[in-house]
Design a protein around this ligand. Sequence first.
Ligand SMILES: [Fe+2]
Ligand SMILES: [Fe+2]
Length: 203
Amino acid sequence: MELASESPVLWAFYVRIVVMNKLYQKTKAWVEKIYFNADHLIRTAYWIRELTPKPSEALLIAALTHDIERVFKEGRKPSVSKMRKWDDQKENQWHSERSAKFVKDFLKKENTKTDLIEEVLRLINHHEEGGWDEADLLRDADSLSFLEINVPFFISRIPKELSKKEVKEKFNYMFMRIGSKKAREIAKPFYKKAMFDLNKVEG
Ligand SMILES: [Fe+2]
Ligand SMILES: [Fe+2]
């Protein structure tokens, strides 16, 4: 068997894996430190790995950070508006671009290569709607992690912040936007449980 130290190709591959993992771990530590719902982001990265065998570094970093703007309260619009529509393109674009801005600052501080930063930001900018294979994967993994992790939080916001109808629409939106058959099959039990738990709530 060829040792990595004897083959420049294997050595380059090994170095790339180590560097990749280092940035991933640093990003994960950053997110865990600042975001109360880091679990949702970490599970999004987990579902990316379940949905595709060899995810790119950009895709994993985007999964780990795509909602990070929620941490930074200054300049945030009211998170819930009356007549809110969950698929509102303008609202989603605002949220995505704001997350991308904070992620850009973080990655620059970590001396990340420009082309990697740009790819991460492009994915974050499209994480709600997808648009090409990798962005679709991110959207689907985000939905899976949402239905797995965020359901109790959304139900807890009834009736003060959200109506039962609005939460039901959110759960439907997150499930229905899933594009891949595999992700939809995985999501089904989470979605059923979410609806079951929601139906127990008065309102
Ligand atoms: Fe989001
Ligand atoms: Fe998300």
